[in-house]
Design a protein around this ligand. Structure first.
Ligand code: NAG
Length: 527
């Protein structure tokens, strides 16, 4: 398999333009490279001489899936300034992890394509891949390889959404000649999909927002909007996104009180309550007149209980508004205005229907609502979450409603999924269960905090609970931190990289030591 792929690749190198041929940042990994799923469960040398003796978990350079001089430079500059050798090692392992291990397929050149796997599963999640790539975006200004990689990822996501805009996880593109894998389920889903193209078809509103998010971030960093018109799939994908939004704005009953069929249906044979939908796969009822969009699943891939999932509505509102500039710069002024007004409408819906008066905490954001007055009060670690609302750009971290919500979510009494044990604490979720908190929630906590004590404590906890493996995991047992899930979870490794870069710029003394000057990947990249 690898040999055939190499031959094809060699063919395309020989018959392509010079700029294509000199591109060496991506290569087919040699078959002798270890499987990173196993590699990441073992400790590799050299270990640090710090108290945690954290191992070095990067594959050898021949086995990395993508290389970037700029990323190596940032690693060198940042690790060179962090006096805590264990923290420094964590950054060194985590920040490049997506490039090192998950660029399963990439075509450089003028019409780039990039297939970015989530890690231990050989499929691409739109949400994960956007977040996995996000720490490298500021480098797109100065690193042509990174720029091409991300432009390729936008293209590949767009291609996915042209054939199955309701789906969340996708198989390798046919041109890659990589074999599709199975999720071993036989879901009953409408609209139907082709399992050789789609890995799983859970409709998640945040996944569509993540597609817009990657395009918006790329445009904001590079000023390049040409792909809007020149990419063969982008506009079609965007139209499909808007169609899904229109279909999922439709509620359970119409204006005359008659029930109507949800365009999206999902049913799975399962004994896990969060893996299938109520009402014959349509999901619980939603009421008219909220301006909110339904989401069948959460970013954890668990079913929503009430379908107006507030974090995803906030996310898509922000990204629709943000896309106005991208579309206008790309020459689509009318669509630009349409996206903006759609975003505004959803934003108003969140404030009107997604905020309620809590007896203890005052005005707070709800996690899910249905427009009938029912509320699911909780937060889940997966992004977008309520805790992450300021990071999405929906609300200022100092906003009173957000601050009330934050206090509630970070307390045992206020959030059913705030989990605390002798060895770990943080927000978890139903996906892994009530004994496992997610490091991702602590990284979000850090990036939404201005409190040095709170930040330092959370950073210390994350650092000490990698199971001695020097990488972020999906979740950690709050009673016994050596027990974790997913040794290779690229998304959270990227979140860790972003968190250290955030602190390096915003609170340099917390990572570089007292009196240290701040470090900004942005100003370095812009210089
Ligand atoms: C929705 O809005 C329409 C028009 O204003 C109104 O007639 C109707 O009663 C509203 N329905 C609900 C359920 O709020």
């Amino acid at each position: 398999m690898v040999a055939i792929t190499s031959l094809l690749l060699l063919g395309s190198f020989l018959f392509s333009t010079p700029s294509y041929a000199v591109q060496e940042s991506w290569r087919v990994r040699d078959a002798s490279c270890p499987d990173y799923k196993t590699f990441s469960t073992r400790r590799h040398t050299p270990v640090t001489n710090g108290p945690l003796r954290l191992p070095f978990q990067r594959p050898i350079s021949e086995c990395r899936t993508f290389s970037s001089k700029e990323v190596e430079r940032v690693i060198k500059e940042v690790t060179g300034r962090i006096p805590d050798v264990d923290l420094s090692r964590l950054f060194e392992n985590c920040f490049p992890n997506t490039l090192d291990t998950t660029v399963r397929w990439h075509v450089p050149g003028r019409s780039p394509q990039s297939f970015i796997v989530t890690g231990d599963i050989n499929a691409e999640w739109i949400r994960d891949s956007t977040n996995q790539l996000s720490p490298y975006l500021p480098l797109a200004k100065v690193d042509n390889d990174i720029r091409t990689l991300i432009l390729g990822a936008i293209h590949t996501q767009a291609e996915f959404l042209t054939f199955s805009p309701y789906c969340n996880a996708f198989q390798p593109p046919a041109q890659s000649h990589l074999k599709p894998s199975s999720n071993d389920q036989s879901d009953n889903v409408n609209p139907p999909y082709d399992p050789s193209l789609v890995f799983e078809c859970k409709y998640e509103l945040d996944s569509l927002a993540s597609f817009l998010n990657l395009a918006n971030m790329y445009f904001e960093q590079t000023g390049d909007a040409s792909f809007v018109g020149s990419d063969p799939y982008f506009l079609e994908a965007l139209k499909n996104v808007l169609q899904v939004l229109d279909e999922q704005a439709l509620t359970t009953y119409d204006e005359n009180g008659n029930d109507r069929r949800n365009r999206y249906i999902f049913q799975r044979q399962t004994n896990v309550g969060t893996e299938t939908l109520a009402l014959q796969g349509a999901g619980n009822p939603t009421n008219l007149n909220t301006s909110l969009i339904r989401s069948a699943f959460r970013p954890s891939d668990d079913a929503t209980i009430l379908q107006f999932f507030i974090p995803a509505n906030a996310f898509v509102a922000v990204e629709l508004k943000r896309a106005k500039k991208l579309l206008a710069a790309g020459g689509y002024a009318k669509m630009a205005d349409e996206l903006f007004s759609r975003g505004e409408k959803i934003e108003n819906g969140v404030w009107e229907h997604g905020v309620y008066e809590h007896k203890v905490y005052g005005k707070v954001f709800a996690y899910e609502v249905d427009g009938y007055g029912s509320i699911i009060n909780m937060d889940d670690a997966n992004l977008p979450s309520l805790l992450s609302l300021p990071l999405l750009g929906f609300v200022d971290a100092k906003d009173e409603v957000y601050q009330n919500t934050r206090r509630m979510l970070l307390s045992k009494a206020g959030n059913p999924y705030f989990l605390k044990g002798p060895e770990f604490a943080g927000i978890g979720g139903p996906h892994i269960g009530v004994r496992y908190a997610w490091p991702m929630s602590l990284l979000t906590l850090i990036r939404t905090s201005d409190d040095d004590v709170e930040i330092a404590a959370a950073l210390d906890l994350v650092k000490k609970t990698t199971g001695g493996l020097g990488l972020m995991h999906e979740s950690v047992n709050v009673r016994r931190a050596r027990d974790y899930t997913r040794s290779w979870f690229a998304w959270c490794n990227s979140e860790f990289g972003k968190t250290i870069l955030d602190l390096a710029a915003r609170k340099p003394h917390l990572v570089f030591g007292e009196g240290a000057e701040s470090y900004s990947i942005d100003s370095v990249a812009g210089a």
